[in-house]
Design a protein around this ligand. Sequence first.
Ligand SMILES: NC(=O)c1ccc[n+]([C@@H]2O[C@H](COP(=O)([O-])OP(=O)(O)OC[C@H]3O[C@@H](n4cnc5c(N)ncnc54)[C@H](OP(=O)(O)O)[C@@H]3O)[C@@H](O)[C@H]2O)c1
Length: 160
Amino acid sequence: MKTIVVAYDKNYGIGAANDLLWQRDLPADLAHFKEVTTGHTIIMGRKTFDSIGRALANRRNIVISRSDNAVDGVEFVHSLNDAYELAGQDDLYVIGGGQIYAEAIESAERIIATEVNGMFAADVFFPAVDTATWHETTREHHEKDDRNKYDYDFVTYERG
Ligand SMILES: NC(=O)c1ccc[n+]([C@@H]2O[C@H](COP(=O)([O-])OP(=O)(O)OC[C@H]3O[C@@H](n4cnc5c(N)ncnc54)[C@H](OP(=O)(O)O)[C@@H]3O)[C@@H](O)[C@H]2O)c1
């Protein structure tokens, strides 16, 4: 299955200055991301890879770039379709960023979203989740706490 994993704010903002909007203020989302993706194939754009700065452990890391690159633990491809082909029948998780989400939302079957109850000065956005195409199948609400500075919901959308 092709799944998008994303965290966006109330305006579908996902990033600014090639970093996350809430930076380290939402560790529950990082833990959730790790739980969802560990043991699977993750696909990302080159800028997201640069932002993370390394291959993520215990996952197959595929990075999309128009250039040829070589980094330990990473497989580089030139398009989203090449990434899908390389991943084969594996469950795969498209993890961003904005450019890659905009393309992947056409072929994804599921979106695992963290909806952050805040508004930030974003310069990169997720495409709005169109309820004519996507229906919500699960929602788990969490209030802010000592470590997580914003309320957030873990939500699953499925196509159809
Ligand atoms: N909140 C979240 O869930 C989340 C998740 C991930 C990322 N982010 C944020 O999103 C931002 C980065 O997103 P972004 O949109 O700037 O960049 P991106 O989608 O991560 O990467 C863009 C790069 O991917 C490559 N690319 C894109 N389309 C391509 C195509 N059709 N063929 C070949 N290569 C292609 C190009 O790499 P080359 O330039 O090397 O050719 C392009 O510069 C950061 O702020 C990051 O923190 C947020």
